[in-house]
Design a protein around this ligand. Structure first.
Ligand code: ADP
Length: 328
């Protein structure tokens, strides 16, 4: 990946403001025009956040939350209706050219002309950015995404995984310091997902700031050091991943007892109590308010002997569901 490292560092778009965030978004709004008297759709309702330099930033949210709208505004494909955004310190309106040169976007959809080869795809893209032949790094990029042996194959003969890797190489042609991946592993198998994660982590290790949208919580938890959650066009959370996971205050303990339950054991301090079967209870409690030991003591005080206990640790899914009110 040495080629990419040099590329990332030799970019001519040095940050417009030293120490500026990689991406700064301020009160960003988008209302899509309605058709024939229908009201417009407010996809972004004034979203503000920063993407710090150097990390892997996850943009998470249920379908229709506004993730693609936000990415498309940064990419220059959708025009905002309010607010501001800077990429690498460059305003996306008044300094569009520099802003565009500072970001590489890996789209969700795989679209290649089937009769171009991977080498040609990269060369064409370099031509699009006006990169002189001598400064092009198509070979190195193919090497980096492990497609060197497919250099001259028609794109239509590549596997899905190879096409996705080629898309990443294509987004890196102009050596942007920021790489945005829109749902990079949607619909790919476990093996390929791991490969793509590895590639993303390698690029990050070489200094490229990564932004990815995903609805796979596991992916966000694994890759991202910081996560913003958007729902219904609004920013719901923006925190370091570990802190976000720590926000799940609810814990669940499942308890089997020695005899048939007369009913759910409900106590002050329990958020929820359910009977799972004749002898099994599930209690949801706030870990700030009580401990698992106290939950068991309550059950015993009702005359039951506890035979088996399992607890479930909170994860990103719990936080996500409680913040957005929906499953991922
Ligand atoms: P996400 O990527 O999080 O699934 P989107 O940004 O695609 O969300 O969509 C946000 C909202 O904007 C949705 O309600 C969607 O239906 C609407 N929307 C997206 N694109 C358009 C468009 N071109 N015209 C009208 N409404 C749109």
């Amino acid at each position: 990946m040495a080629g990419m490292e040099q590329q990332a560092q030799s970019t001519d778009t040095s940050n417009a403001h030293e120490n500026a965030p990689a991406i700064a978004i301020r009160k960003l709004q988008k209302t899509y025009a309605g058709s024939k008297g229908e009201p417009g759709k407010q996809a972004l309702k004034g979203v503000s956040f920063d993407v710090p330099q150097g990390g892997v930033f996850g943009l998470l949210g249920p379908n229709g939350a506004g993730k693609s709208t936000l990415i498309n505004i940064l990419a220059g494909l959708v025009s905002k209706t309010g607010g501001e955004a800077e990429i690498w310190g460059f305003d996306i309106d008044s300094q569009r050219r520099n802003a565009s040169r500072s970001i590489g976007i890996v789209p969700q959809e795989i679209v290649f002309d089937p009769f171009f080869t991977p080498y040609e795809v990269l060369e064409n893209q370099a031509g699009f950015y006006g990169i002189p032949k001598a400064d092009r790094r198509s070979e190195e990029l193919l090497e980096a995404v492990r497609l060197a042996d497919k250099r001259d194959a028609y794109a239509r003969t590549l596997s899905g995984g190879m096409k996705r890797r080629l898309l990443i190489a294509k987004a890196m042609v102009h050596s942007p310091p920021i790489l945005v991946l829109d749902e990079p592993t949607a619909g790919v198998d476990v093996e390929l997902r791991k490969q793509l994660w590895e590639l993303v982590m390698q690029l990050n290790a070489q200094g490229v700031t990564i932004v990815l949208t995903t609805h796979y919580l596991e992916e966000a938890e694994e890759l991202c050091d910081r996560i913003a959650i958007i729902g219904n066009g609004e920013l719901i959370a923006n925190k370091p991943t570990q802190e976000l996971i720590g926000m799940a205050r609810e814990k669940i303990v499942r308890v089997s007892v020695d005899k048939e339950l007369a009913g759910p054991v409900m106590e002050e301090g329990f958020l929820k109590a359910e009977t799972i079967d004749a002898r099994t209870l599930e209690i949801t409690y706030n870990r700030d308010v009580m401990s698992a030991g106290q939950v068991l003591a309550v059950i015993q005080s009702h005359g039951y002997t506890v035979e088996d206990v399992t607890t479930r640790e909170a994860d990103l899914e719990d936080v996500f569901v409680s913040l957005t009110g929906s499953g991922a």
